[in-house]
Unconditional design. Structure first.
Lengths: 112, 115
């Protein structure tokens, strides 16, 4: 079975720019969630999608938005990038809501 | 609010020695608990999970964890550590309803293994 794949692996953006990160869920998984992991911290929940609908959101501003597509792949969009957005962004997929998440290797975003 | 605490930020053990990483959670209902491992620059790999049933759960790479409801703990153990176990370890709990479950992570414990 295929795992969770994320692209790109690394990205450098300038403050104020917009960025799109992509995630392909593990085969058969219909739930995808996104996490932000700052250096030296545990991952923080951004939001979750189930069957193309957002069904949970963490304490992140509206400039963090997402999409889930019919094939269950997903995008994370961040507008008006700030220096504090520099982090590892992790995508996780699951078959049954709330259980057994499989994580991708992440996208390292650096905002300069 | 739900939370996960990993009291030890950094632990150093000698290769071959036993290991215990501590995890305490705060959650009103029956928790669903996880341990993940993260190598530098990598994503998270699931070591083991507890949903219900036997409170001692076995995972990959020779790890096990014991759920103790009375102590709100889910400590990770390994009887003999290998140099390749050096990594960051995260304890997590699933919160929310069955429709919106999200993972709440602890801050992590960095494991260093001495030769």
């Amino acid at each position: 079975e295929t795992g969770v794949t994320q692209s790109p692996t690394h990205l450098i953006k300038t403050r104020g720019q917009q960025v799109t990160l992509r995630c392909s869920s593990q085969s058969g998984h219909n739930t995808v969630s996104w996490y932000q992991q700052a250096l030296g911290q545990g991952p923080q929940f951004i939001f979750q999608y189930y069957r193309e609908e957002e069904n949970g959101r963490g304490n992140f501003p509206p400039r963090f938005s997402g999409l889930q597509f019919p094939n269950y792949s997903s995008e994370l969009n961040v507008n008006a990038l700030e220096l504090d957005d520099s982090a590892l962004y992790l995508c996780a997929s699951s078959l049954v809501l709330g259980y057994g998440y499989t994580f991708g290797s992440g996208t390292r975003l650096t905002v300069v | 609010a739900q939370s996960v605490t990993q009291p030890d930020i950094h632990i150093t053990v000698s290769e071959g020695a036993s290991l215990e990483l501590r995890c305490n959670y705060s959650y009103g209902a029956t928790p669903y608990l996880f341990w993940y491992v993260q190598s530098p620059g990598q994503g998270l790999q699931l070591l083991l999970k507890y949903f219900s049933g036997d409170t001692l759960v076995q995972g990959i790479k020779g790890f096990e964890a014991e759920f103790k409801r009375s102590q709100s703990s889910f400590n990770l153990r390994k009887p003999s550590v290998h140099w390749s176990d050096a990594a960051e370890y995260f304890c997590a709990v699933v919160t929310g309803s069955s429709n919106t479950g999200k993972l709440i992570f602890g801050q992590g414990t960095t494991l260093q293994v001495k030769p």
